[in-house]
Design a protein around this ligand. Structure first.
Ligand SMILES: Cc1cc2nc3c(=O)[nH]c(=O)nc-3n(C[C@H](O)[C@H](O)[C@H](O)COP(=O)(O)OP(=O)(O)OC[C@H]3O[C@@H](n4cnc5c(N)ncnc54)[C@H](O)[C@@H]3O)c2cc1C
Length: 569
C-alpha cells in the first residue's frame, strides 16, 4: 500500500487544505516557487508513503511480537525495528524539518507531520523510537546548544548513526515535573549528574538529554537545566526496559546516573522553559501518533464491515455499525484538521515569528493531544467491537491498535494534565476579558463563524455553562477576580478543576467542528463531514453542560474526608 496516495483525506489535506501560498514563503524564503516546491514535497511524500506502507507496515507485526530484546543484560531494539529506523534515516526523515545547515531538509513542520502520521499508521512503536530517539534530541540541541555542540552532536543523529532520548520523568516525579530530584553539580569545565530517570523512550541509545536540578537548594520549576549525557560505556546505567503491552517494540528504560559526566545544554535556571518547547512539540506529535493509529484501525474496520455479513447483509448496513463508522471517519478527519492547523501554526510561529500564531498554537496544543488520545481510544475500541470475536484474536492486528492506543492518554502529559492546561489557559483568557462570554466567545478562534446551526448551539451551550461557573466564581471571590485584578486561588478554581476534562472535551470538539467548517468553506465536498462534527460538538456540549451544572456529586466532601484521614494517620 501507499500510505499517502491511498489515503484520500490525507491527499485532499495536502492538495486543497494547507495554505501553501502562505507557508512556502515563510519557511523557504520569498523567492521560492510555490508550485514547484509543493510538487516536489508531494512527490517526496508519495515515495515515502510507498516505503512506509509496504516496508514499515510489513514489519509492524514482527516489531510488536519481538518487543524489546534483553540479551545478557544488554537492552536492544529488535532487528525489524532497527531496519525501520535505518530506512527512515536513509529516506531523510530524521532531519526533514531540521535546518539544512545540519544535514536536514528544512521542510515545514506541516509536511513533516503528514509523514509522521504515516509512520504511526504503519507502526506506532517505530514512530516513538524514531521521533524521541532521533528527531527530538537533534531539534533540542539545535535550539539550545552552542555552535560546537551542534556541530559535534547533530549530524550523526540526523544520519541515524547515534540514538538519543529525552529524560524528564522520575519515579516520584511524573505529572509533577517540579518534584524532580536528579541533581547536577559543577565539576571543572563540566557537570556530574546523580539520580534516576524512569520510563525513558529510546533510552538505550548513545546519549540522553536530561532535565536536572542545577541550582543547589532550588525548588519546583526553578533552578532546572538540561544536560547532554553521553553513554560512553557505563557513564550511566540502562538498568532495565519495562515489559509493557502498548508500543511493545519501543524501549522504555530506567536510567541510573551516579556522578555521570554531563555537558550543559542551554542555561542553568532555564531548563523548564527549554523542556517546554520539547513538550509542546511532542504533544502535537502524540496527536499525530493517535491520528496514524486511528487511521490504521478505521481503514481495517471499514474493510471488515463491508465484507462481513450477518442477517443477510454486510454489517456496515446495520444502523449501529454504520453510525460507528461514520463517527470514526469524522473523528479522524477532525483530528487531521486540528493537527494540520497546529503544525501550520508551529511553522508560522517559529519560522515566521508570528505572535498571534503562537497564541493560537498554545490554545490548540493540549486539545490536539487530548482529542488525539481519548477519541482514538474510542475509535480503536469501536474497531475491536466491529470485528466481534476476531477483534481479540492477535492475527487480525486490530488488538495491536487498541493496545497501542492506550498509551496515548498517558505519556507526554496525561489527559488530565492536558485538561488542566487547557482550562487554566481558558480561565486566563476569560478573566482578562470576561466580555468574551457575552459576545459569543469564549476565545478568538472559537468566536469565528462555524458551519450551520449546530456549531452555534454547541458554542452557546458551552458559553452558557462557563458563564454560570464564572458567575459563581464572582459571587465567591468578588468582582476583582473577574475583572482580572487578581488570580483565583486553587480553592476558587476547584469547580473548574473538577470539570476540567469536560471543558476540554467540549473545547476540543468545538475546535474540530470549527476547523472542518473552515475547510468546508474552501472545499464544499467536505460539508457533510463538517456538519457531522458540528452535530457531535453540540451533543458533547449539551452532555457536559448538564454535568457541569449538576454540582460536584460529593467529590469535595470526599476529598475533605480523605484529607482528615491522612492528617490522622
Ligand atoms: C511507554 C512510556 C514512554 C514514556 N516516555 C517518556 C520519555 O521518553 N521521557 C520522559 O521523560 N517520560 C516518559 N514517560 C513518562 C510519562 O510521561 C509519564 O508516565 C506521565 O507523565 C505520567 O506520569 P506518572 O506515570 O508518574 O503518573 P502520575 O503523574 O503519578 O499520574 C497518575 C494519575 O494521576 C493523574 N494526575 C496526576 N496529577 C494530577 C492532577 N494535578 N490533577 C488530576 N489528575 C492528576 C494522572 O492524570 C494519572 O491519571 C513515558 C511513559 C510511558 C508509559
Amino acid at each position: 500500500m501507499n500510505y499517502f496516495l491511498d489515503n484520500p483525506d490525507l491527499v485532499e489535506t495536502f492538495d486543497k487544505i494547507v495554505d501553501w501560498d502562505k507557508l512556502v514563503p515563510v519557511t523557504q524564503g520569498a523567492k521560492a516557487d510555490v508550485k514547484d516546491t509543493v510538487a516536489t514535497w508531494r512527490e517526496m511524500l508519495a515515495v515515502a508513503g510507498e516505503y512506509i506502507g509496504t516496508e514499515i507496515a510489513g514489519r509492524a507485526k514482527q516489531v510488536d511480537e519481538l518487543g524489546v530484546i534483553r540479551d545478557g543484560g544488554r537492552i536492544e531494539t529488535s532487528e525489524p525495528m532497527k531496519e525501520n529506523l535505518r530506512g527512515l534515516a536513509e529516506l531523510g526523515f530524521v532531519g526533514l524539518s531540521l535546518p539544512e545547515s545540519f544535514e536536514g531538509s528544512g521542510l515545514p513542520q506541516t509536511v513533516n507531520s503528514l509523514g509522521v502520521e504515516m509512520i504511526a499508521r504503519a507502526c506506532a512503536a517505530t514512530m516513538v523510537e524514531f521521533g524521541i530517539g532521533y528527531t527530538e534530541p537533534a531539534a533540542m540541541i539545535i535550539r539550545f546548544g552552542t555552535d560546537e555542540q551542534k556541530r559535534r552532536w547533530v549530524p550523526p543523529v540526523v544520519r541515524g548513526e547515534r540514538k538519543g532520548a529525552v529524560a524528564m520523568t522520575e519515579p516520584q516525579a511524573g505529572s509533577d515535573v517540579g518534584n524532580i530530584a536528579t541533581t547536577a553539580t559543577k565539576d571543572g569545565d563540566g557537570w556530574r549528574l546523580t539520580g534516576r530517570k524512569q520510563f525513558i523512550s529510546a533510552g538505550n541509545g548513545e546519549f540522553v538529554i536530561v532535565l536536572a536540578r542545577a541550582a543547589e537548594g532550588s525548588k519546583g520549576l526553578d533552578g532546572l537545566a538540561l544536560f547532554i549525557v553521553p553513554r560512553d560505556g557505563d557513564n550511566y546505567i540502562v538498568e532495565r526496559a519495562e515489559h509493557k503491552f502498548p508500543i511493545r517494540g519501543s524501549t522504555t528504560c530506567s536510567l541510573v546516573f551516579e556522578g555521570s559526566r554531563a555537558e550543559l545544554l542551554g542555561e542553568v535556571g532555564a531548563g523548564w522553559r527549554e523542556i517546554l518547547t520539547f513538550m509542546n512539540e511532542s504533544r502535537i506529535a502524540i496527536g499525530l501518533q493517535g491520528l496514524g493509529v486511528g487511521e490504521a484501525a478505521y481503514a481495517k474496520a471499514m474493510r471488515y464491515a463491508s465484507e462481513r455479513k450477518q442477517n443477510g447483509r454486510p454489517i456496515r448496513e446495520h444502523p449501529m455499525i454504520a453510525e460507528m463508522l461514520m463517527d470514526m471517519e469524522t473523528t479522524i478527519a477532525g483530528l487531521r484538521a486540528i493537527a494540520t492547523e497546529a503544525s501550520t501554526l508551529q511553522d508560522l510561529s517559529t519560522r515566521g515569528k508570528d505572535e498571534r500564531a503562537a497564541r493560537d498554537l498554545r490554545e490548540l496544543t493540549p486539545l490536539v493531544k487530548w482529542y488525539g488520545s481519548e477519541e482514538i481510544v474510542r475509535v480503536c475500541r469501536n474497531t475491536l467491537q466491529i470485528y466481534g470475536g476476531y477483534g481479540v484474536v492477535t492475527e487480525y492486528d486490530v488488538e495491536r491498535h487498541m493496545r497501542d492506543a492506550l498509551i496515548l492518554p498517558i505519556y507526554e502529559g496525561t489527559s488530565q494534565i492536558q485538561s488542566l492546561m487547557a482550562v487554566r489557559d481558558l480561565m486566563r483568557t476569560i478573566l482578562r476579558s470576561p466580555g468574551a462570554l457575552v459576545r459569543g466567545g469564549p476565545t478568538r478562534l472559537l468566536a469565528k463563524a462555524g458551519i450551520g446551526g449546530d456549531y452555534a448551539v454547541a458554542r452557546s451551550t458551552f458559553v452558557g455553562a462557563l458563564r454560570a461557573m464564572v458567575a459563581a466564581l464572582a459571587r465567591k471571590g468578588g468582582l476583582d477576580l473577574v475583572r482580572g485584578k487578581r488570580q483565583p486561588t486553587e480553592d476558587e478554581m476547584a469547580p473548574f478543576l473538577l470539570h476540567a476534562e469536560r471543558i476540554t472535551e467540549t473545547l476540543a470538539h468545538l475546535h474540530v467542528a470549527r476547523a472542518l467548517g473552515a475547510q468546508a468553506a474552501r472545499v464544499p465536498s467536505r460539508k457533510p463531514l463538517a456538519e457531522r462534527a458540528a452535530r457531535r460538538a453540540k451533543l458533547v456540549a449539551i452532555r457536559n453542560a448538564a454535568a457541569m451544572g449538576a454540582g460536584d456529586g460529593g467529590v469535595f466532601a470526599k476529598i475533605a474526608e480523605w484529607q482528615q484521614e491522612r492528617a490522622r494517620s
